[in-house]
Structures are given as C-alpha cells and as structure tokens.
Design a protein around this ligand. Structure first.
Ligand SMILES: C[S@@+](CC[C@H](N)C(=O)[O-])C[C@H]1O[C@@H](n2cnc3c(N)ncnc32)[C@H](O)[C@@H]1O
Length: 394
C-alpha cells in the first residue's frame, strides 16, 4: 500500500450543505493536497540552503551574522531553492481558492436554499446586522480567500463558507480528519482527561467560523450550552445549517464581535478560541482577551489553539520560515501574534500569571488509516500539531 500520501477527498464526511463536487473537481483537490504534502518535503531544502549557502555567503560579505528576520529574508529571497518552493506554495493556495470558488459558485443558489431550509424557524441562529466586521478583518483576503469570511455576493450567499469547509482538506492535506475537526477533538479530549471534575454548563467558542472545532466540544459536553460567535454572517448561517444537519441540539451560532461580547460578566465556564488569535490585529488581541476575562466565571478556563509561539530559544531562521504565511498568504497579523508573550497577554487581561498553562496538542485525525508516518517533515505554519495556551480564572 502507498505510504504517506494524503487521504483522498472522497473520504471526507459529507453533510446536507456540503458542496457537491464532480470527478474533475475532486481530482483537482486531490492533486493540490498531494502537492501541498510534497512541498512540506521540499521545504526541508530551505534549511539546507540557509545553512550551506545563504548564511555563509552573508557572513563572508558582511563579516557578521544576520541581525534580524528582514535581513535573513532578503538574503533567502535570492536563493533559487527558496524561490521555487515559495512560488509553488503560493500557487497551491491560489489554485485551492480558485478550485473551491468555481465549484461553490456554480451551486451558490442551491447552497443558499439548503442552508435556509435547515435554519428556518430555529432560534439557535442569531444574526445581527448591527455587528461590524472589524477593519483589520475587512482589510485582507485572509489566506487568499477573496472576500474573506464576511462577503456575500448576493443576499444570503454562503459560497465562501462552503468553500472554506470543503477546501480545508486541501490546505491541510487531509490531516484534520473527516469533519476537519481534529483540533476541537484534541481540545475536548484534553479537557475531559485532565479535568474530569470540570462540568461546564456554558461554553463560548470565539471566532467559531463554520463550527468545525465547536462541534466536538458540544459533543463531549452534551449537557452544556455551547455558543459559537463570529462576525462572518455566511460562516454562521452555513455553520448552523451544518450543525443542524449533523444533529446537534446544544449549539448556538451568534453574530458578535470578539472585543464587544454581548454577554454578561462571569457568564461562561469555558471560553475557547481555535486558530483565531493569529487573525486578530495587534491591539485587538488585548481587547479580546480582556473581554474573555470579563465573561469568564471564577474557576472558569480559557484555552487558545495556535501554531507554536516564537520563543527566545527558537532560531531566527525558524521564526522567519514560520512567518511565510504573513508575507505570502495574506496573514498579516501572524508574525506579531506569534511574537507576543502569552503570559504577558493573559496577565495584562486580568489573569494570574501563576495560572498560565501551555500544552502541545495534535489533531485527532480519523482519516489516518495508519499509513501516515509519524516522522513526516513539518509544514511550517500548517502543521496540525499546535501550541495551546490558557489559564484558569481565579
Ligand atoms: C481561521 S478562522 C477559524 C475558525 C474556527 N475557529 C476553526 O477552528 O475552524 C477565524 C474566524 O474568526 C473570525 N473572526 C476574526 N476576527 C473576529 C472578531 N473580532 N470577532 C468575531 N469573529 C472574528 C473570522 O470571521 C473567522 O471565521
């Protein structure tokens, strides 16, 4: 049996609002998932190029080592191996968006209809036209997704959300599992295993998107009321319909902005974010964390899943290669967020420094049939092995 290839797209779990695909569209997704996985291997050559060519040349010319990431990046940008890898990686993102857009646009009207049918008459979806998408989110097409999370091409259009749902398989080469929910599953499992006496009644997932990682938490805690908030109206409408079609009864989707949470003080036991903080602007992240502190009950917990934070013992090269998405994949807040000291962030938001915790989490991938090798090279910035940090509120 072939080893180490991504799973095929037909293994992805479907639900009633999942976009339909033709044979050729699935073939395109499979090709791109494989190309992404292959490029993670090609990326190993960047480290070699840096060590054997770029750094020695710079030191010979300047008589010193790199002083900052900008200098390092300028020198690497002249290296042919890096140029090739970077151009191809950018192309996979552009092609992935193109592939997802074309297939969701052709069925945009049907998708809207299916979503409306499932959402009709349900009070677990609360949309609010007064909620403003923050300027930092409006300013970019996040990870090259035209129109980002909030754009509707016509009233009630959910095609961007459907594109996000189906296409995540490509970006992550299928490593997040059948429902692209490997992060939420890992989080829910960790919480249950490490805090068996914790019985949350109310859980908030901020920046829930279409609820990929909200639902595993709702499943683990069926007696809890789980609320996902987001500013993206299409994400919430589609996410709610998806949750309905999958039979969830304890989840609500609410349109709200994270730095102005429409909830009372001390009203949640657990506030979660997953792959969210890196998309928030520099000042907003502090405002959001203060809101989290305000809305958490005493003895409540907040946890945040992200790619690894940059630490003093991480090499300049590693920080720079991890920054690739910031400069090439329309993730402008990525570097700043990963440079923040999470203890400082939590402390400035009202949490006790002593309560800080940090764990490693790996996506629980129910698509892995045992043929994936554990020692696969890391695809910097995309790996489903995360840093999770947070704190209890005392
Ligand atoms: C990368 S997606 C992650 C979605 C989801 N947490 C997941 O794990 O699949 C980030 C989401 O955060 C939302 N978002 C960004 N800034 C926000 C804010 N200030 N308030 C509410 N939602 C926000 C975006 O609309 C987007 O849906």
């Amino acid at each position: 049996m072939a080893k180490n290839l991504p799973p095929t797209y037909d293994k992805i779990a479907k639900h009633d609002v999942f976009p339909e695909t033709t044979h050729d569209e699935r073939a395109r997704y499979n090709f791109l998932a494989n190309l992404n996985k292959h490029l993670a291997h090609v990326s190993q050559g960047n480290a070699t190029a840096f060590k054997n060519r770029v750094q020695p040349k710079f030191m010979e010319e300047k008589g010193r080592d790199f002083e900052n990431k900008d200098e390092l990046g300028d020198a690497m940008a002249k290296d042919q191996h890096y140029q090739t890898w970077s151009a191809l990686r950018r192309c996979t993102m552009e092609m992935r968006q193109q592939a997802g857009r074309s297939l969701t646009y052709r069925q945009a009207a049907e998708l809207k209809e299916k979503v409306n049918k499932l959402n009709q008459g349900k009070d677990s979806l609360k949309l609010n036209d007064e909620v403003k998408v923050p300027p930092y989110l409006m300013a970019v097409d996040n990870h090259l997704m035209p129109g980002s999370y909030h754009t509707e091409l016509f009233e009630g259009d959910v095609s961007n959300a459907a594109n996000y749902d189906g296409g995540l398989f490509v970006t992550t080469a299928g490593l997040l599992g059948r429902y692209s929910d490997g992060g939420g599953k890992a989080m829910a499992d960790w919480m249950k295993a490490n805090n068996p006496d914790f019985k949350p009644k109310r859980i908030l997932d901020i920046g829930c998107g279409i609820g990929h990682n909200t639902l595993p938490i709702a499943k683990m805690y069926p007696d809890a009321e789980v609320i996902g908030i987001d500013t993206g109206r299409p994400m919430l409408s589609y996410g709610h319909a998806r949750a309905m079609s999958l039979g969830y009864e304890n989840v609500k989707f609410v349109q709200a902005e994270a730095s102005k949470l429409p909830f009372e003080d001390e009203s949640f036991d657990w506030i979660q974010t997953t792959m969210f903080l890196h998309e928030t602007g520099g000042v907003s992240i502090y405002n959001i964390m203060k809101e989290i502190h305000r809305c958490l009950k005493p003895n409540g917990i907040t946890m945040h899943i992200e790619q690894p934070q940059y630490t003093d013992d991480m090499s300049m090269y590693e920080k720079w290669i991890r920054d690739w998405d910031a400069y090439n994949n329309s993730e402008p807040y990525w570097s700043k967020m990963h440079d923040i000291d999470p203890i400082d962030l939590l402390e400035k938001s009202g949490f006790d420094r002593e309560q800080f915790m940090q764990i490693g989490a790996q996506a629980i991938n129910d698509l892995d049939d045992g043929t994936q090798k554990a020692d696969e090279p890391e695809d910097h910035g995309r790996s489903p092995i995360w840093n999770v940090f947070g704190a209890w509120k005392k």
